[in-house]
Design a protein around this ligand. Structure first.
Ligand SMILES: O=C(O)C(=O)C[C@H](O)[C@H](O)COP(=O)(O)O
Length: 206
């Protein structure tokens, strides 16, 4: 298990986190393998995927960071960690998840929308916050937050695609989460198309 600091650093270096919400474990595994083959280094598999823990186990030893998403409570966070997840993401901020992740020295990236939630999550030790759903905001929101709160690192997620990714990164986002763009591509065109799309994303990173 990588130390927390190294996981944070890998997330920052990767800049793109794939958010994979499969209809089942097999689909989630196929999309993940395709994304990793395309060069992605950070993958979040959501707990809305039935039997997602099996996917964590199958991905043990992957070169990519594998995290758990849509983690709604501390019990689910512990379940994810026991099955090999290396970071925890939730759509909201939950202090109980923060305590658990701190106990096991694991990054927790909570979803936040307001300044109050961001300050609170940061006080609870969260070093990267997920702005969710980011499609309710403009990229300039990041600069507005970082004016008074320069230490808050924001990863927008929700509605990010190949056309707007750099708007967010250029505006100060430390990384972006990309979900349905990859899943839809897989469902329409298959694994090879996902790897290809990931390569396009990576080539567009500035
Ligand atoms: O539940 C979580 O932990 C999430 O990360 C929420 C969403 O699945 C992402 O926001 C993906 O959004 P899209 O890229 O618009 O599909």
């Amino acid at each position: 298990m990588l130390p927390k600091m190294e996981i944070y650093q890998k997330l920052l270096d990767s800049k793109i986190v794939a958010v994979i919400r499969g209809k089942d474990a097999e689909e989630a595994l196929s999309i993940t393998e395709a994304a990793v083959a395309g060069g992605l280094e950070a993958i979040e598999l959501t707990y809305t995927t039935p039997n997602v823990a099996r996917v964590f186990e199958k991905l043990a030893g992957s070169n990519a960071l594998i995290g758990a998403g849509t983690v709604l409570d501390a019990e689910t966070a512990r379940h994810a960690l026991l099955h090999g997840a290396q970071f925890i993401v939730s759509p909201h901020f939950d202090p109980a998840i923060a305590i658990l992740c701190n106990r096991y020295n694991t990054p927790y990236l909570p979803g936040c929308m307001t300044i109050k939630e961001m300050v609170q999550a940061s006080e609870w030790g969260c070093d990267i916050l997920k702005l969710f759903p980011a499609n309710g905001f403009k990229p300039s929101f990041i600069g507005s937050v970082n004016g008074p709160l320069p230490n808050i690192r924001i990863m927008p997620t929700g509605g990010i695609n190949i056309n707007n990714m750099n708007d967010w990164l250029d505006a100060g986002a430390v990384a972006v989460g990309i979900g349905s763009d990859l899943t839809k591509t897989y469902r329409v065109s298959g694994e090879e198309a996902v790897s290809q799309l990931v390569k396009e994303y990576l080539s567009k990173l500035t």
